[in-house]
Design a binder for this molecule. Structure first.
Ligand SMILES: Cc1cc2nc3c(=O)[nH]c(=O)nc-3n(C[C@H](O)[C@H](O)[C@H](O)COP(=O)(O)O)c2cc1C
Length: 158
């Protein structure tokens, strides 16, 4: 059986609606963060989160160096943040004009629907990505609707 081509794989999986997060980590000279939807809860006992980050992600380097990472689940009104954190703009520039706070030593996007702080546990190479898991150390929840990504577009829920 010959495998389907990567473009077909990509567009097939674009049919799976997901939430949109910013995975973040502290660096000595400021925060790092990337838009990520390959993020999920993994285990309850112990409480673990999972994120898959591209091998070339600068945020991945920051996560490994800091040994901690944060997951900010974006609110429906935070599409501009999702767009900006999906770029390769200079790491510090991504945070310009973005309201954020340091929580448990990790940068968090203000106004996010959910905030989860993790201590890095596993780093597993997987194809062109690296799977990181983290033990949940802190969390906070807000109110409102999530930002959704589906069919290559940002959408509000419903
Ligand atoms: C909706 C959306 C979801 C994304 N999900 C991921 C993801 O799960 N993992 C990842 O490594 N990159 C993902 N990306 C791409 C990164 O945001 C992008 O490569 C970014 O430039 C990485 O920034 P960094 O190098 O500063 O870490 C996603 C992009 C978009 C628009």
């Amino acid at each position: 059986m010959s495998p389907p081509d990567p473009a077909r794989f990509r567009s097939a999986m674009a049919m799976l609606p997901t939430g949109v997060t910013v995975v973040s980590a502290a660096r000595p000279d400021g925060p790092a963060g990337a838009t990520a939807n390959a993020v999920c809860s993994l285990s309850i006992e112990p409480m673990l989160m999972l994120a898959a980050l591209d091998r070339g992600s600068r945020t991945l380097l920051a996560v490994q160096a800091a040994n901690h990472f944060g997951v900010s689940v974006l609110h429906a009104g935070q599409e501009q943040i999702a767009r900006s954190f999906a770029t390769k703009a200079p790491v510090a520039e991504k945070w310009d004009g973005v309201a954020w706070s340091e929580r448990s030593g990790i940068p968090a996007i203000d106004g996010a629907l959910v905030w989860i702080a993790c201590e890095l546990r596993d780093v597993v190479a997987a194809g062109d990505h690296v799977i990181v898991t983290g033990e949940v150390r802190d969390l906070a929840t807000g109110e409102g609707e999530p930002l959704v990504f589906h069919g290559g577009r940002y959408r509000p829920l419903g």
